[in-house]
Write a protein that binds this ligand. Structure first.
Ligand SMILES: N[C@@H](CCC(=O)N[C@@H](CSCc1ccc([N+](=O)[O-])cc1)C(=O)NCC(=O)O)C(=O)O
Length: 216
């Protein structure tokens, strides 16, 4: 049975693949899983039909038979646990890959996402500049530590894993900010992720949705 995910009917990211359905699409492509997409308008996210799937009224969600999941990280983990290609078989290596999933979502993503949100919602606040300095200092601290740990390795811990998938989707949000470019090995790491055929299929699929919504 094909799973069904939800995604924005018209993504505010303009087809850049920054909305979080992108990481679920990528995980499904890496594991060779076909899937359906139910597109949601912003207003539909707060209607009962969607709230029954996602208590916070967001995307993505994941439905497979009588299972419904939300939280992109949990959905990626679910896919990775059931299909080959995103988590090592060895128990310790698997645990380390899952550690990097949490590292991406719990340690690196928060200041990165908060900075994006501040640029959209808080630009007119008197404390905006100060807040941006604090957020960017936090981001640079995380990027510095990650850059040191990655060094000249291809992926974070041996073979490409769900930890790399999530980390690349987090770091992609910094493209063009200058901060990612300050750590060349991380910029190259992101480019390696984006060069993966599965990433390209996922990216093109979400872009096609945006383009059809733009011409529709
Ligand atoms: N922790 C949850 C967060 C999910 C989430 O933030 N979903 C967002 C879309 S992805 C976040 C996002 C939004 C926009 C851009 N963009 O670039 O325009 C990028 C990412 C959403 O549904 N927002 C609607 C709402 O909260 O009412 C997860 O990882 O699944």
């Amino acid at each position: 049975m094909k799973p069904t995910i939800t995604a924005f009917e018209r993504s505010p990211d303009g087809g850049k693949g920054l909305a979080r359905d992108m990481r679920v699409r990528w995980a499904l492509e890496e594991t060779g899983q076909d899937y359906e997409v139910r597109l949601r308008s912003f207003s539909a996210l707060n209607e009962p039909a969607h709230l029954a799937l996602h208590p916070f009224g967001q995307i993505p969600t994941y439905e497979e038979g009588d299972l419904t999941l939300f939280e992109s990280g949990a959905i990626v983990l679910h896919i990775a646990e059931r299909h080959q290609g995103l988590l090592p078989v060895d128990a310790n290596a698997r645990a380390r890959a899952i550690t990097w999933m949490f590292g991406a979502l719990n340690t690196v993503e928060p200041p990165v996402f908060d900075r994006d949100l501040a640029m959209i919602l808080e630009r007119e606040e008197p404390w905006y500049e100060q807040r941006m300095r604090v957020l960017e200092d936090s981001i640079r601290k995380r990027l510095g530590a990650l850059s040191t740990r990655l060094g000249d390795a291809e992926w974070l811990d041996g073979r490409f894993s769900a930890g790399d998938l999530l980390m690349v989707t987090v770091l992609r949000r910094l493209k063009g900010s200058g901060m990612l470019e300050e750590t060349p090995n991380l910029a190259a790491y992101v480019a390696r992720g984006e060069a993966r055929p599965a990433f390209k299929r996922a990216f093109d699929a979400q872009l096609a949705v945006f383009k059809s919504a733009s011409t529709g």
